[in-house]
Design a protein around this ligand. Structure first.
Ligand SMILES: [Zn+2]
Length: 104
Protein backbone atom coordinates (compact mmCIF):
# COMPACT_ATOMS: atom_id res chain seq x y z
CA UNK A 1 0.00 0.00 0.00
CA UNK A 2 1.38 3.40 -0.96
CA UNK A 3 1.38 6.04 1.74
CA UNK A 4 0.11 9.38 0.52
CA UNK A 5 1.10 12.65 2.21
CA UNK A 6 -1.52 13.93 4.65
CA UNK A 7 -1.31 17.50 3.40
CA UNK A 8 -2.50 16.43 -0.07
CA UNK A 9 0.53 17.99 -1.73
CA UNK A 10 2.33 16.17 -4.48
CA UNK A 11 5.71 14.92 -3.30
CA UNK A 12 8.82 15.50 -5.41
CA UNK A 13 8.68 11.80 -6.33
CA UNK A 14 5.07 12.15 -7.50
CA UNK A 15 5.88 15.32 -9.46
CA UNK A 16 8.78 13.56 -11.21
CA UNK A 17 6.66 10.48 -11.90
CA UNK A 18 3.87 12.63 -13.31
CA UNK A 19 6.34 14.55 -15.49
CA UNK A 20 7.67 11.30 -16.96
CA UNK A 21 4.15 9.99 -17.49
CA UNK A 22 3.18 13.21 -19.33
CA UNK A 23 6.31 12.93 -21.51
CA UNK A 24 5.30 9.37 -22.40
CA UNK A 25 1.91 10.64 -23.61
CA UNK A 26 2.90 13.91 -25.27
CA UNK A 27 6.41 14.97 -26.28
CA UNK A 28 5.39 18.60 -25.85
CA UNK A 29 2.46 19.73 -23.76
CA UNK A 30 0.08 21.47 -26.12
CA UNK A 31 -1.06 25.05 -26.12
CA UNK A 32 -3.93 26.11 -23.91
CA UNK A 33 -7.17 25.55 -25.86
CA UNK A 34 -8.56 28.83 -24.50
CA UNK A 35 -5.77 31.41 -24.93
CA UNK A 36 -3.27 29.51 -27.16
CA UNK A 37 -0.40 30.20 -24.73
CA UNK A 38 1.89 27.41 -23.54
CA UNK A 39 2.28 28.38 -19.91
CA UNK A 40 1.17 25.35 -17.86
CA UNK A 41 1.88 24.98 -14.15
CA UNK A 42 1.42 21.84 -12.07
CA UNK A 43 -0.99 22.42 -9.18
CA UNK A 44 0.69 21.71 -5.82
CA UNK A 45 -2.10 19.49 -4.46
CA UNK A 46 -3.94 16.38 -5.57
CA UNK A 47 -7.55 17.26 -6.38
CA UNK A 48 -10.55 15.09 -5.49
CA UNK A 49 -13.73 15.49 -7.51
CA UNK A 50 -16.68 14.05 -5.58
CA UNK A 51 -19.34 12.02 -7.32
CA UNK A 52 -22.50 13.98 -8.15
CA UNK A 53 -25.62 12.76 -6.35
CA UNK A 54 -28.06 15.49 -7.38
CA UNK A 55 -29.24 17.60 -4.46
CA UNK A 56 -27.49 15.46 -1.84
CA UNK A 57 -24.01 16.21 -0.53
CA UNK A 58 -22.17 13.12 0.64
CA UNK A 59 -19.25 14.15 2.85
CA UNK A 60 -16.43 11.65 2.77
CA UNK A 61 -18.06 9.75 -0.10
CA UNK A 62 -16.33 8.35 -3.14
CA UNK A 63 -14.44 10.73 -5.37
CA UNK A 64 -11.96 10.71 -8.23
CA UNK A 65 -8.38 11.89 -7.66
CA UNK A 66 -6.76 14.17 -10.21
CA UNK A 67 -3.48 15.89 -10.90
CA UNK A 68 -4.15 19.41 -12.11
CA UNK A 69 -2.42 21.68 -14.58
CA UNK A 70 -3.46 25.27 -14.96
CA UNK A 71 -2.67 27.90 -17.55
CA UNK A 72 -0.92 30.83 -15.89
CA UNK A 73 -2.21 33.16 -18.58
CA UNK A 74 -5.97 32.53 -18.48
CA UNK A 75 -6.54 30.09 -15.60
CA UNK A 76 -7.89 27.26 -17.73
CA UNK A 77 -7.39 24.06 -15.73
CA UNK A 78 -6.80 20.56 -17.04
CA UNK A 79 -7.36 17.54 -14.78
CA UNK A 80 -5.47 14.29 -15.37
CA UNK A 81 -6.75 11.17 -13.62
CA UNK A 82 -4.26 10.42 -10.83
CA UNK A 83 -4.94 6.66 -10.92
CA UNK A 84 -4.44 6.31 -14.66
CA UNK A 85 -1.28 8.43 -14.50
CA UNK A 86 0.03 6.19 -11.69
CA UNK A 87 0.27 8.90 -9.03
CA UNK A 88 -2.40 7.35 -6.79
CA UNK A 89 -2.81 3.56 -6.46
CA UNK A 90 -6.13 2.08 -7.57
CA UNK A 91 -7.05 0.27 -4.39
CA UNK A 92 -10.80 0.62 -4.70
CA UNK A 93 -11.12 2.34 -1.34
CA UNK A 94 -14.20 4.49 -0.75
CA UNK A 95 -12.25 7.64 -1.65
CA UNK A 96 -10.72 6.05 -4.73
CA UNK A 97 -13.34 4.20 -6.79
CA UNK A 98 -12.04 1.19 -8.67
CA UNK A 99 -11.87 2.48 -12.22
CA UNK A 100 -12.02 -1.06 -13.58
CA UNK A 101 -15.59 -1.42 -12.32
CA UNK A 102 -16.93 1.62 -14.15
CA UNK A 103 -18.75 1.35 -17.44
CA UNK A 104 -18.76 -2.48 -17.41
ZN1 LIG B 1 -4.77 29.77 -21.23
Amino acid sequence: MTTLPLDGKLTDEQRNKFGKWMESKAEVIGKCPICRQRNWVLIDHLIHAPIFYGNMTLLGGPSYPFVGLFCQHCGNTQLINAVISGIVPNEGSPSEPNLNQNGG
